[in-house]
Write a protein that binds this ligand. Structure first.
Ligand SMILES: NC(=O)c1ccc[n+]([C@@H]2O[C@H](COP(=O)([O-])OP(=O)(O)OC[C@H]3O[C@@H](n4cnc5c(N)ncnc54)[C@H](OP(=O)(O)O)[C@@H]3O)[C@@H](O)[C@H]2O)c1
Length: 281
């Protein structure tokens, strides 16, 4: 599994990780086996959140990583409504208990809410000093929110921005991705299969993925994942609740696509126009 430096932390992190949103709704044994199989294959970046199943996803992830904590880059998130100075600390303590660990590798603000960033980030720094988190980042931040966050935090503090990014939704390429690359912030692509919106084989985009996959003895999903991490700033966290799905996804970790193949995908599944509400950088 290829690893990449995770923003300013400089820690090598698996380019293909594992998500856990709704994982608690799957067959429990299968979901745990899926996460463990992924870890075996190097998909050791595990993403969860206090929101997912109100702690149930964290508990399941905790069970899956038991005995293997040292191999994992473990990420969880605080809900914006809990992200006051004290609320963030309390939320982190709850997440640590659910995950049965004493620290997170990265702790994220799930999306910008009404608590001032000063408060949330001060709590993150306090958690960091206490060794309960090793780094912190944000999620669902647009470029103006990143500007605001940077003004509060300063350079080199925000480890990542976890954002929606899949082949049918490439809006981050307009402003968020360039912003993060300029400031050395890792970009973690969530919902890389569009949650449940993957280009069907009979669509032009699906056909291109199929053709490239065939040439590599790979699958269309593996090709899609590899396209999404084609820049060194990018990582992704597909969620799977069966070992077969995890194996397929982790298989993208070493796939190499040529520039011509990347261009074919770019053409068949274009990034689309700049969203109207995005200011020019
Ligand atoms: N920060 C945020 O606001 C935010 C928002 C959304 C998601 N996320 C994170 O990103 C992770 C991934 O996003 P997501 O869960 O929304 O969606 P996703 O990873 O795009 O897609 C998950 C769906 O794809 C299926 N799948 C996975 N691997 C497959 C394979 N090889 N073949 C066929 N189907 C496959 C899964 O089925 P099975 O479950 O049956 O395997 C599931 O239905 C989340 O779990 C979460 O950790 C973060």
């Amino acid at each position: 599994m290829e690893k990449r430096q995770f923003g300013p932390t400089r820690r090598p992190v698996a380019v293909i990780g594992q998500g856990t949103w709704y994982i608690e709704t799957a067959n429990r044994a299968s979901a745990i086996a899926a996460l463990r199989r992924g870890i075996d294959l190097g998909a050791t970046h595990i993403d969860t959140a206090e929101m997912y199943g109100s702690g149930a996803a964290e508990e399941l992830a905790g069970e899956a990583i038991a005995g293997r904590r040292d191999e994992i880059f473990l990420v969880s998130k605080v809900l914006p409504g809990n992200a006051s100075r004290r609320g963030t600390i309390a939320a982190c303590e709850r997440s640590l208990a659910h995950l049965r660990t004493d620290h997170l590798d990265c702790y994220l603000l799930h999306w910008p809410g009404s608590h001032p960033f000063q408060e949330t980030f001060a709590a993150f720094e306090e958690l960091k000093k206490a060794g309960k988190i090793l780094s912190w980042g944000v999620s669902n931040f647009d470029a103006p929110e990143l500007d605001e966050a940077l003004a509060v935090a300063g350079e080199g503090r925000i480890a990542c921005n976890q954002v929606l990014y899949h082949l049918l939704e490439r809006a981050i390429e307009h402003a968020v991705l360039p912003w993060c690359e300029k400031h050395g912030v890792a970009v973690v692509a969530y919902s890389p299969f569009g949650h449940a919106r993957f280009p069907a084989p009979r669509t032009p985009g699906g056909a291109v993925l199929g053709k490239i996959a065939e040439a590599h003895g790979a699958t269309p999903r593996q090709v899609a994942l590899r396209f999404l991490v084609r820049r060194p700033s990018l990582l992704t966290i597909p969620k799977a609740s069966t070992p077969a799905h995890t194996e397929e996804n982790a298989g993208a970790g070493e796939l190499k696509l040529s520039d011509a193949e990347l261009a074919m995908i770019d053409q068949a599944l274009p990034r689309g126009p700049r969203p109207r509400n995005l200011p020019m950088l």
